[in-house]
Write a protein that binds this ligand. Structure first.
Ligand code: SAH
Ligand code: SF4
Ligand code: F3S
Length: 440
């Protein structure tokens, strides 16, 4: 009888990586491996990595260093994802106990790579040229949540923002046919999924290779799949964001009241230096489209502080943009110079303490904005999708269509099941969550 092969996988980075890991797990399980929850139990240890900022990359190498002594126990280590694609073979020099390096476009070759690994090959690589490999269609995807799941609609990125590694780690934009996206959505609905999230670095750059549907039409079609109650999409680039996306949200009940539209900076000058290809005014025009919808669509964004040459005035413009838009969440980052990107040759001119000061100011300002935005929900009744239960607080954990956390109590002793939907009356608000009680 063969010994059961075991693996442990840890995932860093964005939702694309989280979903890739589901594909990797599905592939390994179909190859006879069993997933375990600790490094200690595993024969094969995999890190699905992110290199968006220096800290993310450092985390991976620190983690590998923590465990290198375990190699002596016969464990094998593999590095997957964006650091793998970025660093390639160099990882074997930097972390000699690693014996597999595999980028995201090569996951379909994993079965063959595992055979090589088992045969004792110490340097197994899968670093495909990703121009041609669309890698959407995976036979085996081990979805971690039985109600809510991702669907990749577009891979890669052609935008080449001056600060960003993604075009180098994920390759050129490749869209998937609308037909294949819809097939996956229907299959998911048939197996009990009610909530799907369409994924891509730029979902609204989607171009159906069969020419049948625009992005807004695809959104509509997914939203109309029988059994699907909630559809989100991430991420949108302001340059490709069009009014028909807002019209689709207005028209199709299953599309969520939420748009994530990363702005990066409120200063047109900095946006130019970042090669974002829109101005502050053009961004605000898109916000106006969203705000003119019949539905109360919440907006969230990403910002970078301390981009090379960002003056105090530029930064003030980012703060004033936050006031002007009223986002419901902001993910703010300090600029981090990344390999291969144009911004690496600019002088990283803002000292670390100054970046920290700007980041803190921005987060403080946004906290106050959110405090008042969340407070507007008190007294409203909203639908919460049940995600879990917090036994310490005795509260059900839910999520609103606007993507806000809603913690609530129920009048019945029976806990509502994850994946169910309940109307909740909001009684209290915080800057990052709402509290309420289910109404029967
Ligand atoms: N495709 C998405 C972004 C993906 S990366 C988009 O275009 O909006 C997620 C966020 O990380 C970006 O929006 C940006 O705010 C941040 N980011 C990317 N590169 C960065 C860098 N070099 N330093 C700091 N933040 C960065
Ligand atoms: Fe990076 Fe810009 Fe592409 Fe987003 S659009 S992934 S920030 S290059
Ligand atoms: Fe990180 Fe790669 Fe995503 S760099 S943010 S895991 S695309």
């Amino acid at each position: 009888m063969g010994v059961t092969k075991t693996f442990y996988i840890e995932t860093f980075g964005c939702q694309m990586n989280a979903h890739d890991s589901e594909k990797v797990v599905g592939t390994l399980v179909s190859e006879g491996y069993r997933q375990v929850s600790t490094v200690e139990e595993a024969g094969l240890v995999l890190y699905n990595t992110c290199s968006i900022r220096d800290k993310a990359e450092q985390k991976v190498f620190n983690r590998l260093a923590d465990y290198k002594k375990l190699e002596k126990q016969g464990k094998k280590f593999g590095v997957l994802g964006c650091v793998a694609q970025q660093e390639g073979d160099k990882i074997f020099e930097r972390a000699p106990y690693v014996s597999m390096v595999c980028g995201s476009a090569s996951y379909r070759n994993l079965p063959a790579m595992l055979v090589q690994l088992e045969a004792g090959n110490r340097r197994v690589t899968g670093l495909d040229d990703r121009q041609t490999d669309a890698c959407f269609e995976t036979e085996c995807t081990a979805r971690t949540n039985p109600h809510r799941g991702y669907i990749t609609i577009i891979e890669g990125c052609d935008k080449f923002c001056a600060y960003c590694v993604v075009p180098y780690t994920r390759g050129k934009e490749r869209s998937r046919t609308a037909e294949s996206v819809l097939r996956e959505a229907r299959q998911m609905a048939d197996s009990g999924f009610t909530d799907v999230q369409l994924l891509g670095q730029n979902v609204n750059s989607y171009r159906d290779p069969s020419g049948k549907m625009s992005f807004a039409e695809l959104l509509t079609a997914v939203g109309e799949v029988n059994g699907i109650r909630r559809v989100r999409f991430t991420t949108s680039h302001p340059r490709d964001f069009t009014p028909d996306i807002v019209a689709a949200i207005d028209a199709v009940p299953a599309l969520c009241d939420h748009v994530h539209l990363p702005v990066q900076s409120g200063s047109t000058r900095v946006l130019g230096a970042m090669a974002r290809e829109y101005s502050r005014e053009e961004y605000l025009e898109r916000v106006a489209w969203v705000r003119s919808a019949k539905r109360p669509i919440s907006m969230t964004t990403d910002t970078i502080v301390g981009f090379p040459g960002e003056t105090e005035e530029d930064f003030e413009q980012t703060l004033s943009l936050l006031d002007e838009v009223g986002f419901d969440a902001v993910f703010a980052f300090k600029f981090s110079p990344r390999p291969n990107t144009p911004a690496i040759s600019l002088q990283d001119s803002i000292p670390e303490e100054e970046k920290s000061r700007r980041l803190q100011m921005l987060m403080d300002r946004q906290r106050e904005i959110q405090r008042s935005r969340y407070a507007r929900h008190v007294g409203q009744i909203m639908e919460a999708a049940v995600e879990g239960f917090n036994s310490q607080r005795g509260q059900v954990i839910g999520r609103s269509t606007q993507n806000k956390t809603v913690n609530f109590t129920t009048p019945h002793p029976i806990r509502p099941a994850p994946g169910s939907y309940l109307p909740v009356r909001i009684t209290q608000s915080f800057p990052n969550s709402l509290v309420g009680e289910a109404v029967s």
